[in-house]
Ligand binder design. Sequence first.
Ligand SMILES: [Zn+2]
Length: 219
Amino acid sequence: MATKKLFWDDPYLTQCKAKVTSINGNKVKLDQTIFYAFSGGQLPDEGTINNIKVMEANKEGDKEDIIDIEYTLESTPNFKVGDQVTVQIDPIRRDKLRRLHSAAHIVYYITQQILGKVKINGSEVQPEKSRMDFCYDEPIAEKIPLIEQATNKFLAENHSIIIITDENKPNLKWWTCQTWKMPCGGTHVKNTSEIGPLTLKRVNKGKGRERIEIYLITN
Ligand SMILES: [Zn+2]
């Protein structure tokens, strides 16, 4: 049985009950979870299972079809297979990851509106910032304020963000906002107004290689 991902049904949950389905040393699996594992560039949550700190959260399965999540605990589990446990995650970290992940998708689309098609070759969502790496032949320093302005205008327009489950693959989720749609299994806000205004920073990674870093302004 695959781990049921409650973080897809409700990315705002910060505590849940779950049944232990497997224990291997300090590694455990649950029937359901709110605790996100590293996937699609989004860093994992931090938190506990029955008050024991989770050191690692790893997904099993391919990128778009996460089957199971395995948690490595800091110490030997104080529970056995079949027991009910309490899963708790850091709500502030989750809040920032949720906002910065949705923000990263929007910055990606607005960047393309302003620069034209760009080829993405990396991205990461951390609680402090998210980033997007891409190739672009011309200098983009002057374009950053334009991208920032257009992004902040869009965010303030209170657009809904809707996650759709793929018709054929139940573990494949689509992030959608207005006319934009991309496959993504991350945790997201429901409305762009939750993100608040952003600051964008350009990092030049060498000739033709650009990085845009995204920072939240409000807590
Ligand atoms: Zn995503």
